[in-house]
Design a protein around this ligand. Structure first.
Ligand SMILES: [Zn+2]
Length: 844
């Protein structure tokens, strides 16, 4: 039966092409301008027959711009792999002549929405997850339709709207999947789910170049793709923004309204009451008209401000999510008839036109939404006892700078506090809803099952000391541009240079020196010394660069240190004596020479791509340091001797055979450092790398309950992502550079350690009342409080470091990156407790 259906579908496909694709994708839509090439004519194949490469998508939009005065085309940036990020703008030729004027009128309407003669601005965006490809093909059809359709309705749209269209949010990921699908396509196409076409190789096309999920990045702004897009968003501030996805092959189609219990409580209610249900009527009508099955209301949330379908909700607009059951490939079997790529494209295209129809018809409603949004935001700010947030870390310029960069990206008002190094963000500002999302750690939600994180307070992610200000403040100088480092030239030394390690960029600085062959040392005890007539304290882990103990001469060293200092915005002190006022002297046995990290990470099948990507990105982009990514399938033939540090993030590591496990053990015993994170730590414990033990799960539901309650009950136990406080041992190398013992960490997993039986192994421990923000099931609280968060075990001459949490989460946890980087850079000086000094002095 199935074969018969596939055969008939395949028979129909060429027939469809002969008829032109119009009948399939847009039946009864009237005449088209024949001077505009259809996507099929331009590409040389029918939409749905092939996956379209990103460069061909860009070329088609460029061609429409060339041929039609209804279209303009803009490059807004490029990806890591040098693919252009493009936007096409569709409107009447008349509007196109006055585009900039319309934009400015539209923006000046933001707060009051009085002038409803201004064309309505909406944004259609596609394919954020590269291997959810149907929507970019639908973008081509939408672009063609808006340019070539001669219907009265299309004219009305273009006369009254500015429609901006981003065909591919994630160009690098899309092409990764596009090549996969096209290179494995059979003739005839193979619908069997076992075929290689339907089973992409690790890490898949979902992610961007660094294996990050760009559909979480709208809030975090880690990537240039996102930052360019956010700047375009604020340039236009659309009323509507779409976000098209795909889900499992056996699912149908999803459109809003979503799950009612997970409406974001700080976003004004008007959106949920008056916009989503209303737009849902248009989507319903459109899907019914082509006979497509769908669902609404039962899944997906827009709580988190970092989705493509939610970011706009925090600026007085409406974000819409579409999810299509995936053919993942050109045709694939389902529990009913096989699903074709063309079918998935048609649903996305139909939803695109339905969005445009709804937006124009509901223009008054959307203007009212924006008006209500700003009124409600103002009321919420006025009724808040918090008048603003005051923050900064004067000892960490680069972390403070990064946070301010992010606030500026989101168009948040920031001021300098007079006579202080602090900054102040008032709550009384237009973008209060975003301010609250960035600074508040505990917003109460109705539902306890989260699609993703349950808290996202960025001030905690950046780990910046801050206070909630409850009285009014005098607003001084406004910050409008990124902070610039006050870089006073270093005084040349003939003795030594000293650097505090409190700054975020300290590891970038150290690596730059090590890479030039400079010996860098660290003080494992504190000291106070005279710098230029002034006594200064240096904390645990301060950096010492002696002038004599180098292979380069004093002048060369001076140049290397100066360059590294400028590149990393790091303050370097010149010292003329090794004798300290108090604490250790610079030649002390407590001063250790650091080994340059020669790092490798196991990646590939069964390893968490996004966690590995966080590390790859951190080292590449922020430290300018290479890390070798070893595919797990090649691990057996890799000689580990050339590395001194091996990283294992979350993963099952089933592809490591016994020989490989033994090889890693022997290598650790030889004096090297194994860093394990989350389930990577579970793996190390289960495979006997250390004597530490995992805590036994005590969260099992007891008694008898109805079957349909299971997903809510069990879902509520999952630690989707919450913020906890730990007590950090700041005298241990992993804690170096932290000024306070209490640190916020991000946890989204179920790795829990038992307490260590020896005194000095627990580098960080969750506090007695650990929850800082987010949701936590009471049973999980019992497991987590007072348990270890970071353990270090000395094994032979080496060591195994275990992280229960994710210190590099989504490239945004500036507050805990240092824990991981310390593990990477200082592993070699972590010796068995108590042995670090006595061993050395005994060897006289
Ligand atoms: Zn998706």
């Amino acid at each position: 039966m199935l074969k018969k259906i596939i055969a008939s579908l395949l028979f129909m496909l060429p027939f469809m092409l002969l008829q032109g694709q119009a009948n399939y994708f847009y039946p009864n839509k009237g005449n088209f301008d024949t001077s505009i090439p259809t996507p099929e004519q331009f590409l040389g194949y029918a939409i749905g027959e092939q996956h379209t490469r990103h460069d061909r998508i860009v070329a088609y939009l460029k061609e429409l711009d060339r041929l039609s005065d209804k279209v303009s085309f803009e490059i807004i940036g490029e990806t890591f792999e040098h693919r252009a990020q493009v936007v096409a703008i569709f409107s009447s030729p008349e509007n196109h002549k006055n585009l900039e004027q319309i934009r400015l009128q539209h923006l000046s309407n933001q707060l009051n929405g009085t002038n409803n003669k201004v064309p309505l601005v909406i944004h259609l965006a596609y394919n954020v997850h590269g291997n959810e490809p149907s929507s970019s093909e639908a973008a081509l059809l939408t672009a063609y339709y808006l340019t070539a359709s001669q219907s009265e309705q299309t004219k009305e749209w273009l006369n009254n709207m500015i429609i901006t269209l981003d065909p591919v949010i994630n160009p690098d990921g899309r092409d990764r999947h596009t090549h996969w699908a096209n290179m494995h396509k059979g003739t005839p196409a193979v619908a069997d789910p076992n075929d290689r076409e339907h089973n992409e190789i690790w890490p898949g096309g979902r992610f961007n170049h660094y294996w990050f999920d760009l559909n979480r990045d709208w809030f975090l702004g880690t990537f240039p793709e996102t930052r360019n897009r956010i700047n375009f968003f604020h340039k236009w501030r659309p009323y509507v923004q779409t976000d098209h996805h795909e889900m499992g092959t056996n699912s149908t189609f999803y459109f809003d309204p979503g799950k009612e219990s997970s409406n974001n409580p700080i976003v004004p209610d008007y959106l949920y009451k008056n916009i989503y249900p209303k737009f849902g009527e248009y989507f319903t009508k459109a899907a019914n008209s082509i006979g497509s099955m769908y669902f609404t209301k039962e899944a997906f949330d827009k709580l988190y401000p970092g989705y493509g379908s939610s970011y706009i909700n925090f600026y007085g607009g409406a974000g819409f999510l579409f999810e299509q059951g995936s053919s993942r490939g050109h045709v694939q079997e389902t529990t009913t008839i096989p699903i074709t790529f063309g079918f998935t494209i048609r649903n996305q295209f139909t939803a695109s036109l339905a969005t445009i129809t709804a937006a124009l018809a509901e223009k008054e409603n959307l203007i009212e939404l924006r008006k209500q949004f700003y009124v409600t935001a103002k009321q919420q700010a006025a009724s808040s006892i918090i008048k603003g947030y005051r923050f900064s870390d004067p000892n960490d310029f680069n972390r403070t700078k990064a946070f301010i960069d992010l606030l500026l990206l989101h168009r948040i008002d920031i001021y300098k506090v007079p006579n202080s190094t602090d900054y102040f963000v008032p709550t009384a500002q237009d973008n209060y809803i975003m301010v609250k999302s960035i600074f508040e750690n505990q917003i109460t939600y109705k539902d306890s099952t989260f699609y993703d994180a349950s808290t996202w307070s960025l001030i905690h992610a950046y780990g910046l000391p801050f206070t909630e200000v409850k009285s009014s403040m005098v607003l001084a100088e406004k910050i409008n541009t990124p902070l610039v480092f006050n870089n006073t030239p270093i005084v040349k030394s003939n003795y030594a240079y000293l650097v505090s390690n409190t700054d975020y960029n300290i590891h970038q600085f150290i690596y730059a020196l090590q890479n030039e062959g400079v010996f860098v040392q660290t003080a494992t005890r504190t000291f106070n010394t005279n710098i230029n007539g002034e006594n200064m304290n240096f904390g645990f882990g301060s950096i010492i660069i002696s002038v004599q103990q180098q292979k380069v001469n004093a002048d060369e060293l001076y140049n290397i240190v100066s360059n590294a200092s400028v590149a990393a915005n790091i303050k370097v002190h010149t010292v003329a004596t090794g004798f300290s006022n108090s604490g250790i002297d610079l030649g002390s046995n407590y001063v250790k020479t650091l080994k340059k990290p020669e790092a490798a990470m196991i990646i590939g099948n069964g390893v968490a791509a996004s966690e590995a990507g966080e590390i790859w990105h951190l080292l590449d982009q922020r430290l300018h340091m290479p890390i070798t990514k070893i595919d797990i399938l090649n691990f057996a033939r890799v000689r580990l001797e050339r590395y001194n540090t091996l990283v294992m993030v979350s993963g099952a590591y089933n592809f490591l055979d016994k020989n490989s496990v033994d090889k890693i053990k022997a290598w650790v015993q030889d004096g090297n450092t194994l860093i394990t994170i989350k389930s990577g730590a579970d793996w190390a414990i289960k495979n006997g790398f250390t004597k530490f033990k995992l805590a036994v799960d005590s969260t099992t539901t007891k008694g008898r309950l109805d079957y349909d309650r299971a997903s809510d009950m069990e879902g509520a136990k999952a630690l989707g992502g919450s913020i906890f406080s730990i007590d950090l041992d700041t005298t241990h190398p992993i804690g170096y550079g932290f000024s306070k013992r209490k640190v916020s960490v991000y946890k989204n997993n179920s790795t829990f350690f038992q307490n260590s039986t020896s005194a000095y192994n627990t580098i960080a421990q969750y506090t007695n009342t650990p929850l800082v923000g987010g949701y936590l099931h009471p049973n999980t609280l019992k497991m987590i409080k007072n348990s270890p968060s970071i353990l270090v075990g000395a094994e032979g001459s080496g060591r195994v470091i275990l992280f229960a949490d994710e210190p590099n989460f989504r490239g945004t946890w500036y507050g805990t990156n240092k824990l991981f980087l310390n593990a990477l850079f200082l592993g070699s000086i972590m010796t068995a407790p108590g042995a670090d000094y006595s061993e050395e002095v005994d060897k006289h």
